[in-house]
Write a protein that binds this ligand. Structure first.
Ligand SMILES: C=C(CC[C@@H](C)[C@H]1CC[C@H]2C3=CC[C@H]4[C@H](C)[C@@H](O)CC[C@]4(C)[C@H]3CC[C@]12C)C(C)C
Ligand SMILES: C[S@@+](CC[C@H](N)C(=O)[O-])C[C@H]1O[C@@H](n2cnc3c(N)ncnc32)[C@H](O)[C@@H]1O
Length: 385
């Protein structure tokens, strides 16, 4: 703190000389540099209420008390075994760990990515936001949603997709997320956009949903069911709350047919993806298909969107660009700064470092073809049980 006092003292002296017209060249440079540093720091850290994303100075641990963020992250990290392919060791704790994971990452996701916590193929001539909206709207079309229809968003995050799908289709979308902080963020965004009459985020466990049977005309999940210990558990609940004849579409995180469980490099990539994203394990797309059939669904379609379009850019392109452009490096500096200044909770630095590392694993998973975050499964509940 002594160094900072000296800097402040010399800046005050210089500022006084400038005010009294006694500034020499050196003083003017000191003051100019000081003003530039302060302006730069404010620009980068400033709280940005709604317009775009939150500012770095608004990074929190979600529903976790500031002083507990470091311990919660350390406990989360300890929950993963170190044997290849092990994932979360105590599976009875998975849901609780996933909730902690989202307390830890939700602000960082919004700050560094946006309100839709998923990947999208890059459409030719479209920016990432348009490509993302198209990827989400595809589900509204597949589910044949429209005004008066009731749709369930299984693992809704802060509601980015919910708002797109409700706005494009006019359907009422109820979203469920385990994380209470995300519900508050989703409600904030819904009200800001004036879509709260169509979008209803609720806190709850998609393994035991607080909805009556046969409530919804359609359901979708976007990169969310991967957090379940067993896909049958969440698929079975979706089956229960869907009306007979209702459709369920899911973008699934899967190991692809390129994945070789005997290849240590493949296993390393998947293990790192599991740890850096709160997955208990990784399923293959075949296992996901089987899980849906096992709970009673008819499998209507199964396609890896990551490789479906010969002209779309790779889903991991945005992550690669963030790294290659140096933006992740800038983010690292900002997170270190707000952590050092105690503006953000201690521990958020470690969370961010986890995300820096997993961004590399995800790109490797995409480039090697062993992993896809968007294997689209289309299921239908039979007309009569
Ligand atoms: C579906 C899931 C999450 C998918 C993506 C939304 C996120 C996966 C990895 C995340 C990120 C990685 C690097 C971060 C970067 C270091 C930071 O400065 C800014 C945020 C990141 C870009 C962050 C953004 C969200 C992801 C892309 C899983 C959880 C099932
Ligand atoms: C990667 S986020 C995707 C969110 C949203 N689908 C989107 O694309 O923006 C995964 C979501 O699944 C939710 N989730 C994970 N496990 C859950 C559970 N057991 N019950 C309810 N929601 C859960 C998380 O809280 C989070 O909102």
């Amino acid at each position: 703190m002594e160094y900072l006092d000296k800097v402040q003292h010399s800046f005050e002296h210089a500022w006084r000389d400038v005010k009294h017209g006694k500034a020499d060249k050196e003083t003017a440079i000191t003051v100019g540099a000081g003003v530039a540093v302060l302006a730069g720091a404010y620009f980068l850290l400033r709280p940005r209420r709604y317009k775009k994303k939150p500012g770095a100075s608004q990074l929190t641990g979600g529903g976790i008390d500031r002083e507990k963020v470091q311990k919660e992250f350390d406990d989360y990290a300890k929950a993963y075994g170190d044997k290849p392919g092990e994932g979360i060791t105590e599976r009875s704790k998975t849901t609780e760990l996933v909730n902690v994971f989202y307390d830890l990452v939700t602000d960082l996701y919004e700050w560094g990515w946006g309100q839709s916590f998923h990947f999208s193929p890059r459409l030719p001539g479209k920016d990432w936001a348009s490509s993302e909206a198209a990827h989400e709207a595809r589900l509204a079309a597949l589910l044949k949603l429209g005004p008066g229809k009731k749709c369930l968003d299984v693992g809704c995050g802060v509601g980015g997709p919910m708002r797109t799908i409700a706005s494009t289709s006019g359907a009422e979308v109820t979203g469920i997320t385990i994380n209470d902080y995300q519900v508050s963020r989703a409600k904030h965004h819904n009200e800001k956009l004036g879509v709260q009459d169509l979008c209803n985020p609720v806190q709850g466990n998609f393994l035991k949903m607080p909805f009556e049977k046969e409530t919804f005309d359609g359901a979708y999940a976007i990169e969310a069911t991967c957090h379940a210990n067993k896909l049958e558990e969440v698929y079975g609940e979706v089956f229960r709350v869907l009306k007979p004849g209702g459709m369920f579409c899911s973008y699934e995180w899967v190991a692809t047919k390129e994945f070789d469980p005997n290849d240590p490099e493949h296993v390393r990539i998947i293990d790192e993806i599991n740890f850096g994203n709160g997955l208990p394990e990784m399923r293959t797309y075949k296992e996901a298909e089987q899980a849906g059939k096992h709970v009673g669904f008819e499998l209507v379609g199964s396609v890896d969107i990551a490789v479906a379009s010969p002209v779309a850019g790779p889903w991991y392109g945005r992550l690669k660009w963030l790294r290659d452009s140096g933006l992740i490096g800038v983010n690292r500096t900002l997170v270190n700064l707000v952590s050092f200044l105690r503006i953000a909770p201690t521990g958020l630095h470690d969370v961010h470092e986890m995300l820096v590392k997993v961004s590399l694993s995800l790109v490797q998973g995409g480039e090697s073809g062993v992993f896809s975050p968007m294997h689209l499964l289309i299921f239908r509940k039979p007309d009569s049980e």
